[in-house]
Design a protein around this ligand. Structure first.
Ligand SMILES: [Zn+2]
Length: 181
């Protein structure tokens, strides 16, 4: 799958660290998005961002000249103007790993263990890679549904997929830490 990412619950290794999600904050400490760790490291090395929190346990990333810790949260040093304050919403782009984590690997159609995701509105009909259009899905349900909508396939979603609220929670924790610093 094009947007295959390492599952965040597995151990960080030299092979998979670049796919780890890193929370990126605006200069104003507002949470903007989650980006992959390789992009976050580029922002740190170029001086565009600073590390706010390193990943626990510590994971060193070494280049020829220096060593930095794999970050968990970074902050842009220059404010980026964003029209919509909350960037992570139901129509935001989601990743395979993010959807599986949100749905705890439970199939949205039968609750069985799921290792892949389904486009509720099929990709062939313009269904986007968004939090509201992706749901964890087991192999059997995925083959039954195929290129159809749930209605056409006679399948029912067990819950309404939405953007996860963990970014909002982390944002609240950041505001709290700032207030008590
Ligand atoms: Zn299923």
């Amino acid at each position: 799958m094009a947007f295959l990412h390492a599952d965040d619950s597995t151990a960080v290794t030299a092979d998979n660290w670049i796919h780890r999600p890193v929370l990126i904050l605006n200069a104003s400490f507002e949470a903007l998005d989650e980006i992959s760790a390789d992009r976050a490291v580029v922002l740190l090395l170029s001086g565009a961002a600073e590390a706010i929190a390193d990943r626990d346990p510590h994971f060193p990333i070494r280049s020829r000249q220096l060593e930095i810790a794999l970050p968990e949260t970074i902050r842009l040093l220059r404010y980026v103007y964003i029209e919509h304050r909350v960037l992570v919403h139901d129509e935001s782009r989601a990743t395979l790993a993010g959807v599986l984590r949100r749905d705890r690997h439970r199939c949205g159609y039968c609750a069985a263990w799921a290792r892949t995701v389904d486009h509720i509105r099929p990709r062939s009909r313009g269904g986007p890679n968004t939090w509201s259009n992706l749901i964890a899905c087991c192999g059997p349900c995925n083959s039954v549904k195929a290129d159809r909508t749930p209605e056409e396939a006679g399948m029912r979603l067990l819950w309404v997929p939405k953007a996860p609220d963990h970014l909002a929670k982390r944002q609240r924790r950041i505001w709290k830490d700032l207030a008590t610093a």
